[in-house]
Design a protein around this ligand. Structure first.
Ligand code: SF4
Ligand code: SF4
Length: 93
């Protein structure tokens, strides 16, 4: 996704990161999660699941911003994300 202007605080703030989880056998291969992911995190796998569909595969895990769109759009409840927490600085002793 391209922004038409640079946010004023983009040097200070880091976008959130997400980890993608896929239940391969539940997928019906509609491809919605692949098509509508704003960061092009997913591609269609060349492999088939047991139902004969091509599930998504994560090709750019570092791009996921945990927006949740893939979770919302999947009618099969086959994909979801969890936030990746940044390591907190340890207090000095
Ligand atoms: S959470 Fe958003 S960025 Fe991450 S894979 Fe799903 S749609 Fe793409
Ligand atoms: S939206 Fe769900 S059913 Fe469709 S390809 Fe993605 S994981 Fe599979």
């Amino acid at each position: 996704m391209k922004l038409w202007r640079k946010p004023l605080d983009s040097d200070e703030k880091k976008p959130p990161q997400g980890r993608v989880h896929i239940l391969i056998e539940r997928c019906k291969g509609c491809g919605f999660c692949i098509t509508y992911c704003p960061k092009d995190v997913l591609e269609s796998s060349p492999d088939f699941n047991r139902r004969g569909y091509h599930p998504p595969v994560v090709v750019h895990p570092e791009r996921c911003v945990n927006c949740g769109l893939c979770t919302i759009i999947c009618a099969e409840f086959a994909i979801w994300t969890t936030p990746v927490e940044e390591p907190q600085p340890q207090p000095q002793t």
